[in-house]
Write a protein that binds this ligand. Sequence first.
Ligand code: GAR
Length: 196
Amino acid sequence: MRRLKLAILISGRGSNMEALLKAIAADPDYPAVAVLVASNRPDAAGLKIAEAADVPTVAIDHRAYGKDRVAFEKELDDELRRSGAEIIALAGFMRVLTPWFVTRWEGRMINIHPSLLPKYKGLDTQQRAIDAGDNEAGCTVHWVTSGVDEGEIIAQARVPILPGDTADTLAARTLPTEHKLYPEALKIACAKILQT
Ligand code: GAR
């Protein structure tokens, strides 16, 4: 069975990345194998988790490129090509990617977002769901397109919003659901790419 070479992009804690690595390690038939974890922040805690799992890592500090987003992305793209990556999973990667990068990877890049898209694109998703009086929130995995958080949805999962919830308690309740959803959604994305 062919397994796609997977690169995971992170910016911080890396718990979704860890969930992907664990799902891959637990299933010999998983349709992806991790070849690179890349961070735009050298101090991202997730890099240590990836190293401990023997996955190659790279940190490309976006601050070194000032306002030149594409210069940062060219460096990132070079690393991804060198790794042989065939699919990219954004896992708490907090840089908006320009059309230059997105078009190079369109159809091969997915993202997890902590809301029930199309609701609450962008930041502060939990607070916005609470402020709106919603009684449920959740997470979505979608294909990445140039419109931020706008690509076709692959999978979605719901969690209740409870009385007294804050953005933090809601995010904490949503996280384990993200960890289940992302490996399943990545499988679906791999199947689609492998079919074409
Ligand atoms: C996750 O909740 C993820 O959905 C969110 O950041 C967190 C990263 O946590 N992503 C976004 O908000 C993307 N716009 P993690 O580093 O532990 O996976």
